[in-house]
Design a protein around this ligand. Structure first.
Ligand SMILES: [Zn+2]
Length: 385
């Protein structure tokens, strides 16, 4: 390990339409859209797990002229690649590259929760470094022993990824603290530990990461707390951590994991069509993070918000509705289209909420006329019919 971590090589040229997550996020933090400087916004990172999910996200970015981040978890890549995550990386990369060439927006492809601890995880991180435009080096949790990774080990492992990725122009996201909840089997943790401000400066200076996922009370998964209780984020700690990072380098960006909110219209739509099915209670019990708290984080300087659960819920709710209305259409495309267009609506909603629109050009739809309504198809919801 050399003394100074390498900076991100900003002269690296990615294929047309693709960009490092950091280059897009720095514009969000500084409120830059086109040549204009305005209010801060955030870029939602959408965890995509299917090709339809990629289509839905790209359609949303294109309609809004938004900057996009497609996040791929280890298990998503495994599923894309028929069990082989490395093959999954190859497949999604060529798929997204072909799409991106047609677009006038910029997209980042990001490895979410790339662990550099296990031998298999390491191979995925290495392959992602060669194919994607951004990687997360998640070494904050020792998943085998279910405890926080010692700071020294987290720094060393994360720094190895930085040494490999920054010269290739990729941004690296590090994590400090343990996030509770379950995203998939690779990122499961019972208890969360807040990021220790006393460790932050050392972590940032020695790893050289320009993207940081601190833990301030957000959680992974659809059950972020007891039903009826509000999730309380430690906003004071968030501000303290931002101040420390800003004093080290103003280009260090913060990422909120587990920032999914809950869309009441989606839950209501699902309940309408579940007709007292036993799983209805589970829908009633879902708890997300309130948007006002996420918005507070964006205003404070968090520029990437990871959202997944509400989009998954939208997909399932739309599918339940479609099957309830007519389950005898023997055409996969019918159900696929209903669910995918619903997810596109959910992505459009989140991009607008986060302020990520009109970045590359004026939105193609009138955002004031957009209605998030699962009983409508995409053209009707976006007023383009
Ligand atoms: Zn996460």
């Amino acid at each position: 390990m050399s003394k100074t971590p390498p900076p991100i090589n900003t002269s690296r040229k990615f294929p047309d339409g693709l960009a490092s997550a950091h280059s897009l996020l720095i514009n969000a933090k500084n409120g830059i859209k086109g040549n204009q400087k305005g209010k801060r916004y955030a870029i939602p990172a959408f965890n995509v797990t299917t090709f339809q999910g990629i289509n839905a996200a790209i359609t949303a970015f294109d309609m809004l002229g938004a900057s996009g981040i497609l996040a791929f978890s280890n298990t998503a890549l495994k599923s894309f690649g028929g069990g082989d995550p490395i093959f999954g990386i190859e497949l999604v990369t060529s798929y997204v590259e072909k799409w991106a060439r047609k677009l006038k927006v910029k997209i980042a492809t990001h490895l979410d929760h790339g662990d550099y601890i296990s031998e298999s995880g390491r191979k995925v991180v290495q392959a992602a470094t060669l194919a994607f435009t951004s990687v997360m080096a998640d070494n904050s949790t020792d998943h085998k022993n279910e405890k926080a990774m010692p700071l020294k080990d987290n720094i060393e492992l994360t720094r190895e990824v930085v040494d490999m990725a920054h010269p290739l122009g990729l941004s690296v996201e590090g994590e400090l603290g343990v996030l509770a909840g379950e995203e998939d089997e690779d990122t499961k943790s019972e208890h969360s530990t807040y990021t220790n401000p006393g460790e932050l400066e050392q972590f940032l200076r020695e790893t050289g990461v320009f993207m940081l996922a601190p833990t301030i009370g957000t959680m992974h998964g659809p059950n972020k707390g007891k039903p009826g209780h509000k999730v309380k984020l430690n906003i004071e700690l968030a501000h303290e951590l931002l101040k420390i990072a800003d004093s080290i380098h103003p280009d260090i960006l913060f990422v909120a994991h587990g920032a999914s909110t809950l869309y009441p219209e989606v839950v209501n739509y699902a309940l309408q069509h579940l007709n007292g099915h036993p799983s209805a209670q589970k829908w009633k019990d879902f708890v997300g993070t309130d948007w006002d708290q996420i918005q507070g984080l964006i205003e404070a300087g968090f520029s990437k918000i990871n959202t997944d659960t509400e989009n998954r819920q939208t997909y399932v709710a739309a599918l339940v509705g479609a099957l309830h209305k007519d389950s005898a259409k023997i055409d996969i495309r019918y159900y696929d289209k209903v669910a995918t267009e619903a997810v596109t609506q959910s992505y459009i909603k989140k991009l607008i909420m986060a302020g990520d629109y009109g970045v590359w050009y004026e939105p193609k739809i009138d955002i004031n006329k957009f209605t998030f309504d699962l009983s409508k198809d995409l053209a009707a919801a976006t007023g383009t019919k």
